[in-house]
Design a protein around this ligand. Structure first.
Ligand code: ATP
Length: 319
């Protein structure tokens, strides 16, 4: 490849900018021309691209969001939209593409790969719901934000001897809840991957309060239920009335952690090198510390394994 483009697609995540920076700087290092596509696949259809020089990605490694902006684009999901996008890239002499996004964005990259554009996917989502990578770009930051929020909630909970339900993001994946719950010493972690019984949760809370616990934090993954519903059932069953906090979009903003910046930098550079090697239709990831590529077809059809060992540890330590 001689000329590549980079886009961000789907929900944004912290570290996307660090990944864009890595793609642009590596491309220049290896003598490739590089374009930034504005607003994901929509930008391909609108021919909304600009050349990215070394300075265009200055001062963004620490910023949340994405300077390329992101979008969901229905038109691109049609075969016609996809061939139009491929034609547009070809007309500009662009033969490689790096797509930073989630599952849906990966599938778009795969379609373009089948139309002859070399395309690589990078996992950009806070949800950590992508297989064949230990973590996605943004996950570590989102977990840190949740832990920080729970620390604050905990201070006021202990003073008032209250319990709190904290609803966190993650879509169908419980990883944010699991990791943040373990790191913040939550009493209960409700995730879609593990069946739970709110009668048991309520009983445990009642017993723990009776034996001197001064506060109780229940972390609920959005994929497991609504914080309000969980709190209502607990109130009905135990008489304890938890306060509910829905953390929402603050989990997706703010400066990325060093871990996310390093992950994004490694993956962005790796994607460029893989394109230069002629690779296409692959997702880049880090598995046991090593950079790997996996067929997008395989990645999007594999459900990420849930870490039961961590979950059981969290439960053992939360008595
Ligand atoms: P996140 O998980 O963070 O929301 P995502 O990449 O899964 O990110 P989607 O909204 O599913 O987010 O996908 C983003 C865009 O990718 C869509 O708007 C669409 O343009 C494209 N896309 C999604 N699915 C497909 C598909 N099956 N084929 C082609 N393009 C797709």
């Amino acid at each position: 490849v001689k000329s590549i483009a980079v886009l961000t697609s789907g929900g944004d995540s912290q570290g996307m900018n660090a990944a864009v920076r890595a793609v642009v700087r590596s491309a220049h290092y290896y003598g490739l021309e590089v374009f930034g596509v504005q607003r994901g696949y929509q930008g391909l259809l609108n021919d909304d691209l600009r050349p990215m020089d070394l300075r265009s990605v200055g001062d963004i490694i620490q910023r949340g969001g994405t300077i390329l902006q992101t979008a969901r684009c229905k038109e691109f999901e049609t075969a016609e939209g996809q061939s139009q996008a491929a034609e547009m890239l070809r007309a500009r002499g662009i033969d490689g593409l790096v797509v930073i996004g989630g599952d849906g964005s990966y599938q778009g990259a795969n379609k373009l790969s089948k139309l002859g554009i070399k395309a690589m996917g990078l996992p950009g989502t806070i949800d950590n719901d992508i297989a064949y990578t230990d973590a996605t770009i943004g996950f570590d930051t989102a977990v840190s934000i949740v832990v920080d929020a729970i620390n604050k909630i905990r201070d006021t909970m202990s003073s008032h001897e209250r319990s709190s339900v904290v609803e966190v993001m993650g879509r169908h994946c419980g990883d944010i809840a699991l990791h943040a719950g373990l790191a913040s010493g939550a009493e209960t972690i409700l995730v879609p991957e593990v069946p739970f019984d709110l009668n048991e949760v309520s009983e445990r809370m009642r017993v723990n309060f009776a034996t001197g616990k001064r506060h109780s934090i229940i972390v609920v993954a959005e994929g497991a239920g609504k914080g309000d519903d969980v709190a209502r059932v607990i109130h009905e069953k135990s008489g304890i009335e938890p306060r509910v906090t829905v953390l929402g979009h603050i989990q997706r903003g703010g400066t990325p952690t060093a871990v996310d910046r390093i992950l994004a930098s490694r993956l962005g550079d790796f994607a460029v090198r893989q394109l230069m090697n002629g690779d296409s239709g692959k997702a880049c990831g880090v598995v046991n510390g090593q950079l790997v590529t996996t067929d997008i077809d395989k990645v999007v059809h594999t459900k990420r394994a849930f870490n039961m060992e961590l979950y059981e540890l969290a439960m053992r330590l939360s008595q």
